[in-house]
Write a protein that binds this ligand. Sequence first.
Ligand code: AHN
Ligand code: ZN
Length: 334
Amino acid sequence: MKKIVLFLFCASFATLTACHNTDKGKDQGQNKDSLNSKPALNSAKNAPQFNADSAYDYIKAQVDFGPRVPNTKAHNACAKYLEAKLRQFTSDVTVQIGDVKAYDGTILHIRNIIGIVHPEKHKKILLCSHWDSRPWADEDSVDKKKPIDAANDGASGIGVMLEIARDLQLKNPDIGIVMLFEDAEDYGVTENADSYALGTQFWAKSLDKTKYLADYGILLDMVGAPDAHFLQEEFSLKYAPDIVNKVWMQAQASGTSSYFIMNHTGAITDDHLPINQIAAIPTIDIVDYDQSRGKGFGYYWHTHADNMKIINKQTLNAVGQTLLDLIFTEKGTS
Ligand code: AHN
Ligand code: ZN
């Protein structure tokens, strides 16, 4: 009899454990108690609650302008919206206006939008994401020449950042956050790696290091699709291995490790590269990319499927809460 009871107990324990590892919908916040037996890494009990509904609304507001392709009305209008939105959360907002030359010779009129949340804090970290939309759906089988909604590849990272900026008004962290909304990331072609991240190249080359001195940076790229896979990307491991470790350990503590997978993946030319190589701020990329999944990026990548239908609040919450928890474990230096 005893043996049977013991067997039943073990079986139900195994089931519970399996559920915890696979059920992403329940892997946020509610399950934190189950981590109490592990050594307290960064409990971040004082961190505010990330609101995925609010992040979703910020994403939708961008997508509603239409594709935010440089040199278009929608791009212009969205820049104004993002600047105004960021100003609701900090008065320290700068819009960097510039002209850059795309791979095909087109001159792109760009706007990088930069805000510092809690600029009075001595220690700062950088959060960044691109806000422009890809002008083509080159990975699609139809309408390849038409621009994409870019709900995930662009708007999602900005939505998460705006929500973090809002949360940090409700509760003060110990550190300041430089928020960089990067333009002209996605006007690139595979044959020419330098053709990507034009806005960030422009920002990094003209960086005011006294104003934007950040200890390290975190890039968000495609952080809203269901079943997102965030792996440890090669350039991030090369330039900022400690930050990769810090974020993936935080995901374990925050109960979001089903998204932040403990595997390495190949190098991606993305906005973190000029920040590492030109601005010399150690910066990692949280990007939905997993080589074991075929083309690496999600099925929606550079297709018309990258629209509001694929924006998933559980994924937004996993990324947003992990970052908020991380921010609230950082201690200021003065
Ligand atoms: C390359 O395909 C070389 N880089 C992809 C960077 C990217 C585009 N991220 C989002 N869209
Ligand atoms: Zn893209």
